[in-house]
Design a binder for this molecule. Structure first.
Ligand SMILES: *[C@@H]1O[C@H](CO)[C@@H](O)[C@H](O)[C@H]1NC(C)=O
Ligand SMILES: *[C@@H]1O[C@H](CO)[C@@H](O)[C@H](O)[C@H]1NC(C)=O
Ligand SMILES: *[C@@H]1O[C@H](CO)[C@@H](O)[C@H](O)[C@H]1NC(C)=O
Ligand SMILES: *[C@@H]1O[C@H](CO)[C@@H](O)[C@H](O)[C@H]1NC(C)=O
Length: 358
């Protein structure tokens, strides 16, 4: 066990500022999205673990046997593509900005080769071809709404639209999308109440609504849903955190930069035993730190800075084996710092903590 002289704490505080959290998928201060999954590299574009869509390879239309057709007649490789064609064209007609010329490719029947669209064989019919995934990340497209588009793509499994200028609200009709398992609309201009339709989308494991203007409260049942990633930081959400967070294998939970209030739920532990990264920074959380925090066995980052937390640091924090970044700066904590082998980044700055040397 190391003793913690005050000078070391200050020294570490300096370190924290200059270090980067390489394992994290979430960079709360940045607003781009990088996809990683524990143990695999999401950036490789391979995402075969769910079986659908298969590794996100665009499917090239096979039409060699087709007879020559008149220019106006569109021949689709599959009925499902003909169904989404008008949906896509309607969306194209409301696109208000497209600095990269993306929608110029959204022409004709070969939807699987439109920029940003990926096809695959849907789970309910292995011989069919459908739009399985959309990746608009960084396209900077503008549109007044996603309504009538996202919710009208019946086979969509992955929708990524980080860093665009999509406005409006999220349609309640997304509740009818049976295969949707990744929804990323982070860093857009979406507003309105929290899209409660995501509650009960049982296939959804990745929800990223960061950097938008969603307001009001989050349905408590959201925290009981089976997400791997629940990223809702930098919105205008406000409510007391529910007493129980009963999601069983959530890895990343980011509520930072909202107006969440109330205490950190005691139930956070049995519920969130696999939590790797928890960002609660910049909210209005109050009350004492629960002793149970010390049982977050997998936690690498726990950031509850800039809240109104009070009381002492629980001695159980010394049990956090994997933690690399622990931030309680900007709270009203007092008392003594538990004797612990220091994680690499402990930030207790601007509290009234006294360090006792043994
Ligand atoms: C997070 O994003 C900000 C702004 O884009 C960037 O300056 C910073 O280096 C990023 N931090 C990490 C750890 O990637
Ligand atoms: C967030 O993204 C916008 C563009 O979408 C950019 O102008 C802004 O600087 C970004 N902010 C941060 C903190 O990275
Ligand atoms: C599966 O899809 C193929 C290709 O679109 C179609 O011909 C076939 O009728 C479909 N099967 C069923 C059971 O819907
Ligand atoms: C917390 O809020 C402050 C003040 O608005 C801001 O400077 C800081 O970047 C925020 N921290 C994070 C991690 O977003």
């Amino acid at each position: 066990m190391s003793k913690i002289p005050l000078s070391v704490l200050l020294f570490l505080f300096g370190n924290l500022l200059s270090s980067s959290v390489v394992h994290a998928i979430v960079n709360v201060t940045g607003n781009k999205t990088q996809y990683f999954k524990a143990g695999s590299d999401r950036n490789s574009g391979k995402d075969c673990d769910r079986g659908w869509p298969h590794c996100k390879q665009p499917i090239t239309a096979q039409r060699s046997s087709l007879l020559p057709v008149e220019a106006e007649v569109l021949i689709f490789e599959d009925l499902r593509l003909s169904v989404v064609y008008p949906v896509i064209q309607k969306f194209k007609s409301i696109i208000s900005s497209d600095p990269q010329g993306i929608t110029k490719t959204w022409v004709g029947s070969d939807i699987c080769n439109y920029k940003g669209f990926y096809c695959d064989n849907p789970p309910d019919n292995k011989s069919a071809t459908a739009v399985a995934s959309i990746d608009f990340n960084g396209f900077q497209l503008g549109a007044p709404s996603l309504e009538g588009f996202l919710d009208q793509l019946p086979d969509i499994a992955v929708f990524h639209a980080n860093s665009n200028k999509f406005a409006g609200t999220i349609s309640t009709n997304i509740a009818k999308l049976p295969y949707l398992y990744e929804l990323d609309v982070s860093n857009n201009r979406l507003s309105g109440p929290f899209p409660t339709a995501v509650v009960g989308l049982n296939s959804l494991t990745f929800l990223d609504l960061r950097f938008n203007f969603f307001t009001g409260s989050v349905p408590p049942r959201l925290f009981a849903q089976d997400f791997d990633f629940l990223l809702i930081n930098n919105n205008n959400l406000m409510q007391n955190l529910p007493d129980s967070l009963s999601s069983t294998h959530i890895l990343y939970l980011t509520l930072a930069n909202n107006k969440f209030s109330g205490s950190i739920p005691v139930g956070i532990v049995e519920a969130l035993s696999s939590l790797t990264e928890v960002l609660l920074v910049n909210n209005s959380l109050s009350g004492c730190l629960p002793y149970e925090l010390g049982s977050l066995d997998e936690a690498v980052v726990f950031d509850a800075g800039n809240n109104r937390l009070t009381g002492p640091l629980p001695f159980s924090l010394a049990c956090l084996k994997k933690v690399e970044q622990l931030n309680f700066a900007g709270n009203l904590l007092y008392g003594m710092v538990p004797e612990m082998s220091l994680p690499s980044h402990v930030d207790l700055y601007s509290n009234a903590l006294h360090v006792y040397l043994y």
